[in-house]
Ligand binder design. Structure first.
Ligand SMILES: Nc1ncnc2c1ncn2[C@@H]1O[C@H](COP(=O)(O)OP(=O)(O)OP(=O)(O)O)[C@@H](O)[C@H]1O
Ligand SMILES: [Mg+2]
Length: 278
């Protein structure tokens, strides 16, 4: 969180900068939006394949996310979206291809190191600790920089609560007793506590009522503007994702079959017929 970084020691600020090569820039207006091919690339995936055991799930995936950009990855059930996030997060090995993040080849990095660099996933199952409070869950999100001072973590918490004020009210509530929307917000907040440069949110909308999804997306818009974060929004709900993203990729049966500016994809006949039921 940029404010928290500003209040940290010089050392912490340097770590924050080197983590993503992305200096804290508090108080800026709307971020520079750029397409992946003319912006500064933050994530570059090239020719990635992977799968489980003998079964190949991802085929020759190439994808980019620029700094400050919101990118959507959309596709139906079983298309391979979560599998791709698992490979990007270092939870599943890639078979072929490369992943470069903030200028480093992270293809063979361990999951913890990847989080430390600022590539952070909010998983589809949310994976909150139901028996711990909201705040305890958020503190766990800071585990990769636990060596940082208690003051820095407290400042990050404060920063997260100011971005997601509903969570402050629920800070002492057990995560297991939160509503679905609040749990999703808590999972996003826990991701923010890891100080991401790119936050990959897997199925934000899953199982939530449309008005709750709208609130969460408004929170994401706000975080994107205030914190200059990049987002990879992974969604089955194609409309939701394309409306928010700058650029989008469509994945079918483990292949990227279409990509381009999200606004163009939203208008394309193929998308409208295949995904929007028109
Ligand atoms: N742990 C696993 N072991 C074996 N196969 C798996 C495993 N996880 C996923 N798969 C298979 O990989 C394929 C892609 O699944 P994945 O979960 O990546 O899809 P998805 O696009 O995220 O789908 P959804 O929108 O339903 O979340 C599916 O055929 C699925 O059955
Ligand atoms: Mg999935």
């Amino acid at each position: 969180m940029s404010n928290a970084r500003d209040r940290g020691t010089n050392d912490q600020n340097q770590q924050a900068e080197s983590r993503a090569g992305h200096p804290a820039q508090p108080g800026l207006e709307a971020p520079q939006v750029s397409s992946p091919h003319n912006g500064v690339p933050l994530l570059e995936v090239r020719g990635l394949s992977s799968g489980y055991g003998e079964t190949q799930v991802l085929w020759d995936i190439s994808l980019e996310v620029s700094r400050g950009e919101v990118v959507a990855l959309v596709g139906a059930n079983g298309a391979g979206k979560s599998t791709l996030l698992a490979v990007l997060s270092g939870l599943l090995p890639g078979w072929e291809g490369s992943i470069v993040f903030a200028g480093r080849d992270i293809t063979h990095y361990r999951a913890e190191r990847i989080v430390q660099l600022g590539l952070v996933q909010v998983p589809q199952e949310r994976r909150l600790f139901g028996g711990l409070t909201v705040e305890e869950n958020l503190r766990l999100g800071a585990y990769t920089h636990r060596a940082g001072s208690a003051n820095a973590i407290a400042a990050d918490l404060e920063s997260v609560y100011s971005l997601l004020p509903q969570l402050r009210e629920r800070r002492r509530q057990l995560a297991g007793s939160l509503s679905g929307g609040e749990q999703q917000m808590c999972a996003i907040a826990r991701g923010l506590m890891a100080r991401p440069a790119l936050l990959m949110v897997d199925e934000l909308s899953l199982g939530l009522a449309p008005n709750i999804v709208d609130d969460l997306l408004a929170a994401i818009d706000n975080i994107h503007r205030q914190e200059q974060l990049s987002f990879l929004l992974v969604e089955q709900d194609v409309q939701i994702a394309l409306e928010r993203a700058h650029h989008a990729y469509v994945i079918e049966s483990g292949h990227i079959v279409l990509s381009g500016p999200a606004a163009d994809l939203l208008k394309s006949e193929k998308i409208r017929m295949a995904y929007l039921g028109e």
